[in-house]
Design a protein. Structure first.
Length: 134
């Protein structure tokens, strides 16, 4: 039984790394208008079954989009790169409530924030493979 969804489990991992706090500098799916300039947000998606065994166990892939915005473009670049290296350097990061098999991150080009010309937004996709035993 999973107590939290994959995005909540990932945000808990971010909090464990002291990257911020849910509802103040980390958000799920959207950022409130009154949020500070420097924030993370995690956009969740459904999972896709990769492999299913005849006994019912399966491997499922989730993809999360991780955004970071700030007025300091260099800070956006550095934090995104550091986080990508953290995710990709570990053999297997375990998320609470999930039997994580693998986690990989890819960074994309940072761009100007459409809501505020003074901010830059970075994007990273994280693929998380989990084992499910029903």
């Amino acid at each position: 039984w999973i107590n939290m969804n994959i995005a909540e489990a990932f945000v808990e991992y971010m909090e464990d790394l002291s990257m911020g706090t849910l509802g103040s500098t980390i958000y799920i799916n959207s950022v409130p208008q009154e949020a500070p300039d420097a924030v993370w947000w995690v956009v969740k998606s459904g999972g896709s079954p990769v492999r299913k065994n005849s006994t019912g166990e399966r491997v499922k892939d989730y993809t999360l989009s991780i955004y970071y915005r700030d007025t300091d473009a260099e800070q956006v670049y550095e934090l995104m790169q550091d986080f990508e290296e953290e995710i990709n350097s570990k053999s297997c990061i375990q998320l609470d409530g999930y039997d994580t098999i693998e986690m990989e991150a890819s960074i994309f080009t940072a761009d100007q924030d459409l809501d505020n010309e003074d901010r830059v937004v970075g994007l990273m996709n994280v693929r998380i493979s989990v084992y499910q035993n029903w």
